[in-house]
Structures are given as structure tokens and as C-alpha cells.
Design a protein. Structure first.
Lengths: 749, 164
């Protein structure tokens, strides 16, 4: 199938604005009379607030407002469950929790005033590890968690501090283990990692004299943000307008209100527009990083090497609040992939999300998937070795097939994991003899179901003959707006520059926003359908204008043409005629998909690396990433998603860790919290296993959360292949390798 | 204590009154309204705030505004000429050198300085020069392609178009 606009490697619609500095992000919003808010955060992980004395700060020149919990409505917030105060009230539960907010004309003055606020605390016993928190003697962080609004009753647990326990099952796990000849048990751990977007969270609120509340916020789901804000500041949604700014990347981390409620309260108190921008230090101490996770796997295998049973216990450290988890069961969806890409008849997966006195955790690109994949794919190598099987053959023998079920997913069709794995192997040096000592190869495979949710759009034929596409989805960097433009252009046979994608959040009541690899699939379908309906309207109005019947007109060369005569109308002319009562030609459409399509997307990666035995330093020599893809709508954007995700996977495998000691984050700036830089990139080969079978418009699939997932495991497996050390914890830093090698040689000698 | 400083930004003279601790980034963004320059890490690591001071890239989050007194500053807003994008800017669009775009002002300014100094950089030279500019979206592959693309186009165009 060949297309006009689909498949073009197009630069972004917002490209010129971004390269000239014209693109406005939330922190760039400057309003007359605008003032700044800054927060005082808790220095203690768990403590009663005995008293707060703000008198001295209030008297300081330039200070316009100082607010504590008693100045705010007594309400809690969250993306799903409402369990987090806007400002801490009677107690604090993590280091970095907001306690007091100050506003001043100058941000430095606001910052200075924080030092003059006196908070008296009384220490409470704290717990910093999810497993410790689950013990009977652990202090309870939220004794009343069952009473919180939107708490998921079906998933309550009697285990201390577990606020959600979700189980996925296939078959009968007992039966499965009965069939097994051998049973293996492994445990793996991964730390908190920050999304690492370069734009820290920012919020601006300005209240008009008529009470309209204008909000700018680095949030990828503006419609939902409006709903949540209305709830927590107790005003009707209709009074809130969320203005969409550019977002300096999201990677799952920008779905909360963050400081917007505080901006609102300060704006209300002072009558001035208020801006709050987190520093990166605040991001690292009180953002919403990926969950520290431990994964316990129990695997039953037959004599012939067939996996017949998989039990998994996945423990997610939620930190002090569950407020950053968006899904209704208030747990982490990636846990359901604990059987990996292997057809396993008997599966039981238990995911526990647990309160601790650490930074609240949130979503980060492929939430849970990376943690669980590291465990599954490491264990595949370990089991193969124990059974004396080749690790590739062992995988091949167990791969998912058409008609298999995956936990929490559909019965799969069009399963192309074998092809994807073969493609990755073929493009790598897998089949070549091992070249040198301390070099190794590792592979890992993952899959990701395509996201569901709700998408909205409104298409209007403007009087100048252009099509305006309104979307409530902000551009977080994924290229969503460019893709929507391409889909509408393709559907209407119009040039790209005749399609203008613009954002608006207030004409839509609900929307899922950007995330879960859903935009191309759900958002693409809704604009495609709306474009089809708009075309019908255009033809009907065009026929009326030409004085003929609807079945006598066609759309050709951007005009409505009467097929029997020479008569034709341009789109601008059709727009001027208008619909009934001269109204604009407009289609507003909503699509809510609660069930995903029966296809998934596979990724297979092979990593070749070298370990320096003297220093423990790991050098990536070659990475191959193979993807099972449908029609690619924009190859430039598609490849960008693969490359960016891959380097985040490398960071997860080798570099990144939000280090914490007794709840205190010690990597508090981007010098200490290392993100991969341009010298860390490995040579990369991308293989696309293409077939036009995707469920998205024009048979597309999803890509955004694919390449990041298997990299950590592939690296760990390659390190083992290189030097024979098995790491159960990420990241595999040079320091860890160095000590492990010392121990290894000490053990031998 | 406030001081009066004079600085030339993107070819325009400005006189600004600043407190001694005012940072150059805040002076550019808030005193002059040039919000194209971005703030990420605030500690000189991410490069989002990079501007050229007398032709050299610096982190404006670390520099006091006072240091810019009498200096020539170029920000991302100063690269395009009369609606025509600089070659580096155009290449970043065409080669997909950014996604969210928050690192882009710093990237294009730094890349511009590189190509001014070295019109034909090798991949290693690009990496060495761009090391102080973090990008979380692209994985840098397309940043390198963008810079190479800009260099190639410049060579192909020869001296015909005054460095644009
Ligand atoms: S903001 Fe200046 S280097 Fe990061
Ligand atoms: S494009 Fe987003 S950080 Fe570089």
C-alpha cells in the first residue's frame, strides 16, 4: 500500500518555533504583575508537625503571602487515589514533602524567606524499604488508607502498608508447578530513577476579575488536570481554562498537578498571577521517579525445557503517597509482563504497591516493564545455563505464538516475536565465534500492548479553506501533532500545510491525554474518523452549492467537483456557504477504547560489550534493536522514539540511580544524578520488521515505550557472558563490577 | 545593591539595572523577556541555558549578569536572520535533532559555535564539543546527524551565502 503523507520523514509542525526559542513552555509564561511561589520542604522522613511559626517570614520586605495547611481546604489530591495533602497538615511522610509556601515579587526573596520559618517536628518511626514496610511491626504510614477517595477497594490488602495488591492469573499455578521437573527461584532489584526530562515542573495560575482561572502547567493530560484541580480547590471545572504550553518532555512523569494548587491559593490570596518552577534539586528529591522494585520469580520447567509455570511477586515501593499513580487499581501495570514473551500455560503474578517514607514514585516510560523485564530476561539466561541449554534456543522454544494469552491482555494475533528475535540475532555478531576475553553478548526480548483510553478532537473547515484540527493532547515531544496532521492530510487528500493542528483543552470534558503509547492508536483513529465525517459534510454542502445531488460530486485536487459538468468549488468556497444556518463545517468526535487490540509489539535487543577487568568499566561495542512494526507514519519521529528510549534503557542498565539513604536522596543535582551524555551512546543498529498489520490508522503500531524495556537485561546478560558475574541489581556501575571481579578472583585464588 | 550594566544581546544594546546576585539567565529571561534560553539543572551541567558570550558558549545559569557588562551575547533568538533560519536550526528540524525541544536552544547555540570554529567536525569532535549539552529525548544520534547535515550543507553551498 502506498500513501502520500503517511510514511514521510517529516520535520515537526512545531519545529521552527522550537529552534528559534519562540516555543513557549510553562516557565516562559510572563504575565504583568506576576509573582513567585517557593516551598519549604520537610527535612524529616516521618514526623508530627507540632507547630509552624511563619511570623518572621511574613514581616520580611517583599513577602506577599505565607500559607500553611490551615489556610487551605482540608482536602487530599492524587492522579487517582486522593491520599496526598497539598501542604502537609499534621505530619510529614517523606524528606521533601511540602509544608509551607511563600510568595514574593522576586523568586530569590521568596527563597530567602523560607529560612525564617520555624517548624517544630516530633520524630516518628520511619520505614525506608518496601519489604520492611510489609512486616507486622512496621510503622503504618496511612492507617486510614481505605477511606481515601478513589481508593481501589477490590485491591485492598491486610499486609501492612500495602495499599494495592493486584493479581493476574492464567491457568492454575499449582497444576503448573506439578507439571514441572525443575523449579527455579530468583530475585532482582532495581532502584528509583528519575525521568530526567530537562524541563522541571512549572505551574502558573492567573485569576481573572470575573473569576476565570487560567492555568499553565507542564502536564500531559490537561483535561484531566482541570478536573483534578477543580476538585482540590473546590471550584467548578467550567471556571478553569488550561492553556497548553509546550512540554519539555514527560516520559510519564508529568501527569500530576504538582504545584498548580499552591499557585491557585497564592493567586487567590494575593490577587496576582503566580508562578512556581521547581529547581532540579526539588525534582530529584520530590519528583515522582520510577518505582524502586523487587521482583521475585518462581519458574517451573519441564524436562524438555518447556516453561509450564511462572509465579511472580513484584513489590513496588510507592514512597510516601500513591498520588502519582494514574491507573484505577493504583498499582503498576508493567507487573503483568512477568511471564515475558514466553507462552506459559500457568501464571500467577502478584503486584504489591507499598507505602514507605521515601519519595513518592510515579510513572516513567514503560512503568514496571523495565523492572520486570530485567528479572525475566536475566532469569532466562540463568535457567538455560542450569539446564545446559543454549540461551537463544531455550527462548525460541518457549516464545509466544498466535492464539496464546498474556496476563491482563488479549488472546494474541499476528505474533511476530520469533521473526523479531531472529532479526536482532542476524544483525548482531551472535553467531560469530567469541572474539576476545572480557567481551560478551547478551540478548533480551520484550513486548508491549498498545494503550487504550479516550481521545477527542474537533475538526473545522475554516473560511480560508484550511482544516483546523483541535486536540487536547499537548506536544510532549513525541511528535503527536505532526502525526495527527499527517493522518488528516492523508484522509482528506490535502497538502500538509492546509492542516493546522492546534490545542484546546476547554472544549473537551474528559480526555486521557498523552501516554501509554496510545496517541497514534486512539488519537489517530479519532482524527481519522472525524476527517472522514468532515469530508461527507464538505461533499454535501459542495453539492448544494453546485446545485446537484450528493452522489454527483467528487473530491478532486482539493476541490468539490460536479462530475457531469465543469462546476467545482474550492474548500474556501464551501466553507463560505457553510452548513445549516451558515454554521461552520465542524465535526467534534470522541473515542473511548477500553479494550486494546489483540496485537502486541515486540522488541528484541542484542548488546555486545567489553568489561575492563582493571577498572570495571563497561564499554558498549554494539547494540542491535529490532522492532516488530506496522506502517510507520513518520519514520523520522519513529526512529527518534527508538533512539531516545534506547539510551534511557542504557542509563537504567549502567548509570542511573536516585540514591537514597534513610529516605534522603543523595544525588541532588544533575552532576550527581548522571544522565547519559552524548559520549555514552553506543553504536546502534535498528532493524524494523515491517508488516502492515497494526491496529492504528493505516495499520500503524505503537513505538514510544518499546526500545527502553529490554536494554537493562541485555546488558546484564552480556556482562555475565563477558566476565561470568551475574548482577541481580541495576545499575551495573563500574564500581559494582570492579568489586565483583575482585571478589571473584579472591574466591578463586 | 543594584548595578547598571550595558550589554549587547543579539545585536541590540540594552541597559539594565540588576542586583549583584542576578544571574545572566534571569537577566535574559526576565529583565529582557528573552525566554528562548532555558533553565534545566541550574548548576552548569545540562547546557539548556547556553548562550554565546563574545562568541564562546557559556552556561548562563552560572554567570552573574554583572559579568556580561560590556559583552556581546548571542541567544537562540539571535540565530535566524529576517525569518530565515540559520543552517544549524534548519538542520535540527530536517534531521530530527530534537523532540520536546527544551534542550534545543542550548544545542543549536553550542552547535553554531562549533561550526563557526570547525566547519567540518568529525563525530568525535562533535561529541567532545557537545558533551555539556544533555538531551533526554533523542539519544543524541539525530543531534549528531543534524550537526553533520548542517556542516555538509554549508560545504555544498560554499561561500555563496554569508554563513547562513
Ligand atoms: S541550566 Fe545551566 S547548565 Fe543546566
Ligand atoms: S529534545 Fe527533549 S531534551 Fe532534547
Amino acid at each position: 500500500m502506498s500513501y502520500g503523507k503517511i510514511g514521510q520523514p517529516l520535520g515537526r509542525v512545531e519545529g521552527p518555533a522550537k529552534v528559534t526559542g519562540e516555543a513557549k513552555y510553562t516557565a516562559d509564561v510572563l504575565l504583568p504583575g506576576m509573582i513567585w511561589g517557593k516551598v519549604l520542604r520537610s527535612p524529616l522522613p516521618h514526623a508530627k508537625i507540632v507547630s509552624i511559626d511563619t511570623r518572621e517570614a511574613e514581616q520580611m520586605p517583599g513577602i506577599l503571602a505565607v500559607l500553611t495547611a490551615k489556610d487551605l481546604p482540608d482536602l487530599l489530591i492524587g492522579r487517582r487515589v486522593y491520599d496526598m495533602p497539598v501542604l502537609a497538615k499534621d505530619q510529614v511522610r517523606f524528606i521533601g514533602e511540602k509544608v509551607v509556601v511563600v510568595a514574593a515579587e522576586d523568586p530569590d526573596v521568596a527563597e530567602d524567606a523560607l529560612a525564617y520559618i520555624d517548624v517544630e517536628y516530633e520524630d516518628m518511626p520511619a520505614v525506608f524499604d518496601a519489604h520492611e514496610a510489609m512486616k507486622p511491626e512496621a510503622p503504618l504510614l496511612h492507617p486510614d488508607y481505605r477511606s481515601y477517595a478513589h481508593a481501589p477497594e477490590k485491591f485492598f490488602s491486610d499486609i501492612p502498608n500495602v495499599h494495592s495488591h493486584v493479581t493476574w492469573e492464567l491457568g492454575d499455578i499449582e497444576k503448573g508447578f506439578a507439571l514441572a521437573k525443575q523449579v527455579f527461584e530468583h530475585t532482582f532489584n532495581t532502584p528509583a530513577v528519575h525521568q530526567g526530562y530537562i524541563e522541571p515542573h512549572a505551574s502558573v495560575v492567573a485569576i481573572d476579575p470575573d473569576g476565570r482561572v487560567n492555568v499553565w502547567i507542564s502536564n500531559k493530560m490537561p483535561v484531566r488536570a482541570r478536573e483534578l484541580l477543580a476538585d482540590v480547590v473546590e471550584i467548578p471545572q467550567e471556571r478553569i481554562v488550561v492553556h497548553l504550553a509546550q512540554i519539555g518532555a514527560d516520559f510519564g512523569g508529568k501527569g500530576s498537578l504538582m504545584d498548580a494548587p499552591l499557585c491557585y491559593h497564592l493567586a487567590k490570596r494575593t490577587g496576582r498571577p503566580v508562578k512556581m518552577v521547581m529547581t532540579y534539586t526539588e525534582e530529584l528529591m520530590a519528583g515522582n521517579p520510577r518505582h524502586p522494585t523487587s521482583v521475585f520469580l518462581r519458574t517451573g520447567v519441564t524436562e524438555k525445557g518447556q516453561i509450564v509455570a511462572r509465579q511472580a511477586k513484584v513489590v513496588f515501593d510507592s514512597g510516601a503517597y500513591a498520588a502519582f499513580k494514574p491507573v484505577p487499581f493504583v498499582n503498576i501495570p508493567g507487573a503483568k509482563d512477568a511471564a515475558g514473551v514466553y507462552g506459559t500455560p500457568h501464571i500467577r503474578i502478584d503486584a504489591y504497591s507499598v507505602y514507605t517514607n521515601c519519595v513518592p514514585s510515579g510513572h516513567f516510560r514503560a512503568p514496571g516493564d523495565l523492572q520486570v523485564n530485567f528479572a525475566v530476561e536475566s532469569s532466562m539466561d540463568m535457567i538455560a545455563e542450569d539446564l545446559g541449554l543454549d540461551r537463544l534456543e531455550f527462548r525460541k522454544q518457549n516464545l509466544l505464538k498466535d492464539g496464546d494469552w498474556v496476563p491482563g491482555g488479549p488472546q494474541l494475533e499476528e505474533v511476530r516475536v520469533a521473526e523479531t528475535l531472529a532479526a536482532a540475532v542476524k544483525a548482531s555478531s551472535w553467531n560469530q565465534p567469541k572474539s576476545q576475553p572480557n567481551r560478551g553478548l547478551g540478548l533480551a526480548v520484550s513486548h508491549r500492548l498498545i494503550g487504550t483510553g479516550e481521545a477527542n478532537t474537533q475538526l473545522t473547515l475554516k473560511e480560508d479553506g484550511t482544516i483546523q484540527v483541535l486536540t487536547p493532547v499537548p506536544e510532549v515531544g513525541t511528535g503527536a501533532h505532526t502525526i495527527l496532521q499527517q493522518i488528516v492530510a492523508e484522509t482528506l487528500f490535502l497538502p500538509l500545510d492546509q492542516i493546522r493542528v492546534e490545542t484546546a483543552s476547554d472544549i473537551f470534558k474528559t480526555d486521557s491525554g498523552s501516554g501509554a503509547s496510545r496517541v497514534t492508536y486512539v488519537g489517530g483513529q479519532v482524527v481519522q474518523q472525524a476527517a472522514g465525517e468532515l469530508m461527507k459534510l464538505i461533499l454535501a454542502v459542495g453539492a448544494k452549492g453546485l446545485g446537484c445531488a450528493e452522489n454527483e460530486v467528487v473530491f478532486e485536487g482539493g476541490r468539490v467537483v460536479h462530475s457531469d459538468s465543469d462546476g467545482s468549488l474550492s474548500l474556501a468556497e464551501v466553507a463560505k456557504i457553510g452548513g445549516d444556518g451558515k454554521s461552520a463545517l465542524r465535526v467534534k468526535k470522541s473515542l473511548n477504547l477500553s479494550e486494546g487490540p489483540p496485537v502486541t509489539t515486540f522488541t528484541a535487543q542484542v548488546v555486545e560489550l567489553e568489561v575492563d577487568p582493571e577498572t570495571g568499566q563497561i564499554k558498549l561495542l554494539d547494540v542491535v534493536t529490532a522492532h516488530d512494526v506496522g506502517t510507520i507514519i513518520n519514520p523520522l519521529g519513529h526512529q527518534g522514539q527508538i533512539e531516545g528510549g534506547l539510551l534511557q534503557g542504557v542509563g537504567f542498565g549502567l548509570i542511573e540511580e536516585l540514591r537514597m539513604e534513610d529516605g534522603q536522596v543523595s544525588t541532588l543535582n544533575l552532576g550527581d544524578y548522571k544522565l547519559p551524555n552524548i559520549r555514552d551512546i553506543p553504536p546502534l543498529t535498528t532493524v524494523l520488521v515491517e508488516e502492515e498489520v497494526g491496529p492504528a490508522p493505516f495499520h500503524g503500531k505503537a513505538i514510544g515505550e518499546s526500545s527502553i524495556t529490554p536494554t537493562g537485561a541485555a546488558i546484564a546478560n552480556a556482562v555475565y557472558d563477558a566476565v561470568g558475574v551475574r548482577f541481580h541489581d541495576l545499575p551495573i556501575t563500574a564500581e559494582k563490577v570492579y568489586w565483583a571481579l575482585r571478589q571473584q578472583s579472591g574466591g578463586k585464588g | 545593591m543594584t548595578y547598571t550594566i550595558r550589554l549587547n544581546v543579539n545585536g541590540k544594546e540594552h541597559t539594565v539595572e540588576v542586583p549583584s546576585r542576578r544571574l545572566l539567565i534571569d537577566c535574559l529571561r526576565y529583565d529582557l523577556g528573552l525566554t528562548g534560553t532555558k533553565e534545566g539543572c541550574s548548576v552548569g551541567v545540562c547546557g539548556a541555558c547556553t548562550v554565546l558570550m563574545d562568541g564562546k558558549p557559556i552556561s548562563s545559569c552560572l554567570a552573574l549578569a554583572l559579568f556580561a557588562d560590556g559583552k556581546e551575547i548571542v541567544t537562540v533568538e539571535g540565530l535566524a536572520r529576517e525569518d530565515r533560519l540559520d543552517r544549524v536550526q534548519q538542520a535540527f528540524i530536517d534531521y530530527g535533532g530534537f523532540q520536546c525541544g527544551i534542550c534545543t536552544p542550548g544545542m543549536v547555540v553550542t552547535a553554531k559555535a562549533l561550526l563557526d570554529e570547525n566547519p567540518d567536525p568529525s563525530v568525535d569532535e562533535i561529541k567532545e564539543w557537545m558533551m555539556g549539552n544533555l538531551c533526554r529525548c533523542t539519544g543524541y544520534y539525530k543531534v549528531i546527524e543534524s550537526i553533520q547535515g548542517a556542516a555538509r550543507r554549508k560545504r555544498q553551498a560554499g561561500d555563496s551565502d554569508e554563513g547562513l
